[in-house]
Design a protein around this ligand. Structure first.
Ligand SMILES: Cc1cc2nc3c(=O)[nH]c(=O)nc-3n(C[C@H](O)[C@H](O)[C@H](O)COP(=O)(O)OP(=O)(O)OC[C@H]3O[C@@H](n4cnc5c(N)ncnc54)[C@H](O)[C@@H]3O)c2cc1C
Length: 562
């Protein structure tokens, strides 16, 4: 999974800021180098070397990539708008070259994959196999489905297929924030599932406890740290956001959660940043993990329980097959009694699901390990996960070797919901993240980033997982985590197995489990609507005012988030 791509040190740092961005862009596109020499608008010559791809689609294209139809708008929405102070437009953009130098040597793939413990690849399916349960997708949802199904009935014969490798998508590349919330936070629960909050909170806590227990039971080495998460109020957003955070605090406390309100001084005592004005520390109900090691550990456990895993095996279609289902793959087929679909943001095998989920790209990066002095300058002794609170938010945390993972802010939907590895690279988002990092931690001005990457998130209009069945109950699916599935994917899998087994449980009687999100409109209205929503949310982050568009979406119960 590790991609051996290095920037050419002679050429990666170019003479102008534009050139640095373009060099990064060329070097990171599709994780390959295109042999290319070209002149930029400003006459700066940029060169990269080495080629594994003959046909680089970006040769001669001086634009930073965006959706074909609305490319200009996308770029305007991102870096080229010269957004500073997290949403505030600048008349005379002063892009500090240090922010770009800090990312110039970063490797364009997930930091988590730089790990000796990555398991060997499994074989591709090239024959016809039979089983009781075929699971399509080897992220957390698919892996937990396999493990829970086996734990309940060890005699069940299970095959798991993944189009790439287990953990190669969101599950192996996320920020590692593992939250107990099943509803994408208490505010979203309040808006959509108000009557069921106590039961959903209880189920969520049980789910997180079960994950911790499984990690211990199966000895999964994934740096699980139950440090909690602090929602951080900063000088960069309207004060009304802090008022809403205080409402969340009171609600969480009334639900019996272990939460602490941090005023400016208390917040600074935890982590030092000149931008911090307060925080809400949600203790116990959130943990941090190494996401790839968790996925690899779950793979090992599934195999040890007897699950047969095929990688580089894309399921291409489903059809009824007597009392079961026939799953066609690129080179083989599986005859299964039941099928679990766990394909997240990828093109769904059931066409109807494409109305409910859209792939949204999220980008993040990791610094080099901090020195003791650098760590001392920020405090962070309790190692909590941190997340600021605007619509366009950042999430950040320490890794086991004391790097800072820093991600979020941009949430990019590409026209027609494209998903491919090229889109995992977005230098303009990394540049913006770099600027925000140094604005938050100016005392770390000598820190450099070592890795930067992106990945697709399965966004739905209710911001949280939903379930459903097809083919007379032989097929079931769990999708739509909207960027918060590291923990809730286990719950998604548990409900999925319940549905396949026809089990009634406390969860199955909730509207949360029974209801589906509202569908997205078709293209091009989908794309236009999402861009309008992004623009409105950014405006709200600047002004504190929710415009007519957002208020209308609120009334319709529609939303867009990462
Ligand atoms: C950059 C980033 C940061 C994130 N940070 C966080 C975070 O800090 N906390 C959090 O809670 N969540 C986070 N998330 C979201 C979280 O990672 C996901 O919600 C979660 O991993 C979803 O797991 P999954 O198994 O459903 O999907 P995935 O991990 O995407 O797995 C789906 C699998 O299905 C396979 N597949 C797809 N189609 C087929 C097919 N036709 N045939 C065979 N296989 C197929 C894919 O290859 C893939 O391996 C983040 C996501 C990203 C991208």
């Amino acid at each position: 999974m590790r991609r051996n791509v290095m920037l050419n040190p002679d050429t990666s740092v170019t003479h102008s800021i534009d050139c640095v961005l373009q060099t990064l862009f060329i070097a990171t596109t599709n994780h390959d180098f295109c042999t290319i020499t070209r002149k930029t608008d400003r006459g700066c010559q940029t060169q990269t070397r080495g080629s594994r791809r003959d046909n680089c689609p970006f040769v001669g294209n001086s634009k930073i990539h965006g959706p074909t139809l609305f490319g200009g708008l996308q770029v305007v929405c991102g870096y080229r708008e010269n957004v500073s102070r997290w949403g505030e437009k600048m008349e005379n953009p002063a892009i500090d070259p240090r922010h770009l130098d800090a990312i110039a040597d970063a490797d364009p793939y997930p930091y988590w994959y730089d790990d000796a413990d990555e398991p060997d690849a499994n074989p591709t399916l090239v024959r016809t196999e039979s089983c009781d349960l075929c699971i399509v997708g080897g992220g957390y949802t698919g892996l937990w489905t396999a493990i829970i199904a086996k734990e309940r009935d060890p005699s069940r014969d299970i095959i798991l297929l993944d189009a790439q490798q287990v953990g190669s998508a969101a599950s192996g590349r996320n920020g590692g924030f593992m939250e107990a919330s099943l509803t994408h936070g208490i505010a979203n629960a309040q808006q959509r599932f108000a009557d069921e909050i106590p039961v959903l909170e209880e189920l969520g806590l049980h789910n997180l406890n079960e994950i911790e227990a499984a990690i211990r039971r199966y000895n999964i080495d994934c740096d699980f740290e139950r440090t909690g998460v602090i929602d951080v109020a900063t000088t960069f957003h309207p004060s009304s956001y802090s008022d809403e955070m205080r409402e969340d605090f009171h609600q969480l406390r009334s639900l019996g959660h272990n939460v602490e309100w941090l005023d400016r001084e208390a917040m600074q005592a935890q982590i030092h940043s000149p931008t911090y004005v307060g925080g809400l520390w949600r203790k116990e109900r959130a943990a941090l993990v190494d996401p790839a090691r968790l996925a690899w550990g779950l793979k090992r456990v599934a195999e040890s329980l007897g699950v047969r895993i095929f990688e580089d095996t894309r399921a291409t279609s489903l059809e009824r097959d007597g009392v079961g289902v026939l799953v066609e793959t690129s080179l083989g087929r599986v005859r299964a009694g039941k099928v679990a679909l766990c394909t997240n943001a990828f093109k769904p095998l059931l066409k109807r699901l494409s109305h409910y989920i859209i792939p949204v790209y999220d980008y993040c990066m990791v610094t080099e390990p901090l020195t003791d002095d650098q760590l001392e300058s920020i405090g962070w002794k309790n190692r909590q996960g941190l997340s600021d609170i605007p619509n366009q938010f950042h999430y950040y945390r320490l890794t086991a070797d004391n790097r800072i993972l820093w991600g979020g802010y941009d949430a990019v939907y590409y026209f027609r919901g494209r998903v491919n590895t090229e889109l995992e690279s977005r230098p303009e988002s990394w540049a913006l993240l770099s600027r925000h990092f140094f604005e938050t931690f100016p005392q770390l001005d000598d820190v450099r980033f070592s890795h930067m990457w992106g990945g697709a998130i399965d966004t739905c209009t209710r911001f949280t997982v939903f379930w459903g069945r097809a083919m007379g109950g032989r097929v079931a699916y769990a999708l739509g985590y909207t960027g918060l599935g590291t923990g809730s994917s286990r719950f998604g899998a548990e409900v999925l197995v319940d549905q396949l087994d026809g089990r009634r449980t406390k969860a199955s009687s909730t509207k949360f489990v029974q209801d589906k999100p509202l569908p997205f409109p078709p293209e091009p209205f989908r794309f236009i609507g999402i861009q309008a929503t992004r623009w409105s949310m950014r405006r709200e982050d600047r002004t504190g005012k929710r415009n007519l568009w957002l208020r209308s979406l609120d009334r319709l119960g529609l939303g867009f988030d990462s």
